[in-house]
Design a protein around this ligand. Structure first.
Ligand SMILES: NC(=O)C1=CN([C@@H]2O[C@H](COP(=O)(O)OP(=O)(O)OC[C@H]3O[C@@H](n4cnc5c(N)ncnc54)[C@H](O)[C@@H]3O)[C@@H](O)[C@H]2O)C=CC1
Ligand SMILES: O=C(O)[C@@H]1CCC=N1
Length: 246
């Protein structure tokens, strides 16, 4: 399968770096990101050449550029995968017959991202699923769920990095060398995430909280301060607003 990738920005470059390992690819993007694509050993071509080359077209441009890019593809029959936030499937399919919407995150670069995709029953689900499975875990959802989950899936790496950083700062505050602190937090977070594949979070918590011990003192204090409640509210309200926007 050959891929035409349109847009080589923050997300497009992550997609390109990953998929070039599996597929032949050409890129259409604007300066200065064309130089980034060339540095990755990818051929940069104009949009028409790119579309003619690809069996599948992936569009990863900013939402405000979607109208213009899609209008140059009008009538396209090949599968088109859009990553644009909030650019509706209906609008996409008005221009191209075989459109799909996705919500990945930048961790596609290492093939480890949930990739929400709307909606099954399009014209070439198999080809789309095959490509997305190289980027991470494809999860077919209704379009409104894709929008609701954007703040956790698309924005996730930024939010998780904030959490990670706050723990590094906590260790530095407690007098631990920063490099050591980073190593400890990474191993702790990664280990716990693996553990959560096996155990329920409430069980994990119960297994750590020694009665009358240090952990339960902190977890109750964090709850009293509303740290995680605020996180749920801010992220949840954003998702709720995005879900109902269209
Ligand atoms: N950055 C992220 O983590 C995520 C981004 N998205 C969505 O993916 C899309 C891309 O986001 P970013 O990479 O962050 O944006 P960006 O601004 O970093 O990159 C946009 C890219 O599109 C290219 N472009 C714009 N107009 C073009 C045209 N007419 N022809 C060819 N290329 C064109 C630009 O040159 C640039 O390389 C957006 O729609 C965003 O909503 C979705 C999930 C995660
Ligand atoms: O911040 C944004 O609008 C895009 C969508 C999800 C991640 N980046």
């Amino acid at each position: 399968m050959k891929i035409c990738l349109v847009g080589f920005g923050r997300l497009g470059s992550a997609i390109g770096k990953r998929l070039k390992r599996f597929y032949e690819m050409k890129v259409s993007t604007l300066p200065p990101t064309d130089e980034l694509a060339r540095k990755e050993g990818l051929e940069v071509v104009d949009l028409k050449t790119c579309i003619n080359f690809g069996d599948v077209v992936i569009v990863s441009v900013e939402p405000s550029a979607m109208d213009s890019v899609l209008s140059q593809m009008e009538g396209l029959e090949k599968p088109l995968i859009s990553t644009a936030a909030l650019y509706g499937l209906k609008e996409i399919r008005r221009k191209v017959k075989c459109g799909y919407r996705t919500m990945p995150s930048v961790t596609v670069e290492i093939g480890k991202s949930p990739v929400l995709v709307s909606e099954r029953g399009g014209c070439n689900d198999e080809a789309v699923e095959e490509i997305l499975s190289k980027l991470g875990k494809p999860i077919w959802v209704k379009e409104e769920v894709l929008d609701a989950a954007l703040p956790v899936v698309g924005s996730g790496p930024a939010i998780h990095s904030l959490y990670y950083n706050s723990l590094v700062e906590a260790l530095v505050y407690a007098g631990v060398d920063r490099k050591l602190a980073e190593e400890m937090v990474k191993e702790s977070v990664i280990g716990t995430m693996e553990f959560l594949k096996k155990y329920d979070p409430l069980e994990v918590r119960a297994r750590v909280e020694t009665p009358g011990g240090i952990t339960v003192k902190m977890t109750v204090e964090l709850e009293k301060e509303g740290v995680f409640g605020s996180l749920s509210k801010i992220v949840g309200e954003t998702g709720r607003e995005l879900r109902t926007r269209r």
